[in-house]
Design a protein around this ligand. Sequence first.
Ligand SMILES: [Fe+2]
Length: 162
Amino acid sequence: MNLAQQLRDFLESVEQPCTRKVEKAIQTTGCTLERIAPFIKGPGDRLKYGRNVILRSDLFEGLVINLPGGVATPVHDHGESMGCVYVISGAFINRLYMVEENSSKVMPFSESRVDKGESLFIERGVIHSMYNPGKERMISLHVYFPPLSGNRIYPSEVVESF
Ligand SMILES: [Fe+2]
C-alpha cells in the first residue's frame, strides 16, 4: 500500500483528532524519504517551493512540502485548521509572527529549529513561515484538520535573521 493510502487509513481510525493523535498516525505510517519520494513535487512557476496535496477527506488534508535551501514560505495562517508537520529530510526554522496592533502588518517574535524526525504542532491561530537555512532541500509531511480553508498569506519583509 502506498504512503498516502496508508496514512488515510490510519487517520480514518482517529477519533476526535488532536495534534498528538495525528502525530502518532504519521509516525505509525512510517514516512521514510523513500516512501514519500513519489509524492515530492519540485518548485513551480508560482511557488519557490514544492507543495503537493496527497490526501483530502471531510476531516483531514495531507500535503508534502519540498522547501529548497535558502527558501522561505510566505507568512501564513491555517484558517480554522490545526495540524502536525513532520520533517522527513533536512530541517527548517519555524518563525512565529503576530499581527501588529491597529495594523495589518505582522512582526516576527520567535523562531525555533525543527529537525529531521521531529514534529511541529500547529495550533489554531498560529501565524508562521518556514525557512530552510541549509543547502539541502527540506521535505515535510503536513496533516491538517479540518482540511485547509480560508487560510491567509500576510505581507511581510523578508527577514533572514532577527
Ligand atoms: Fe503553515
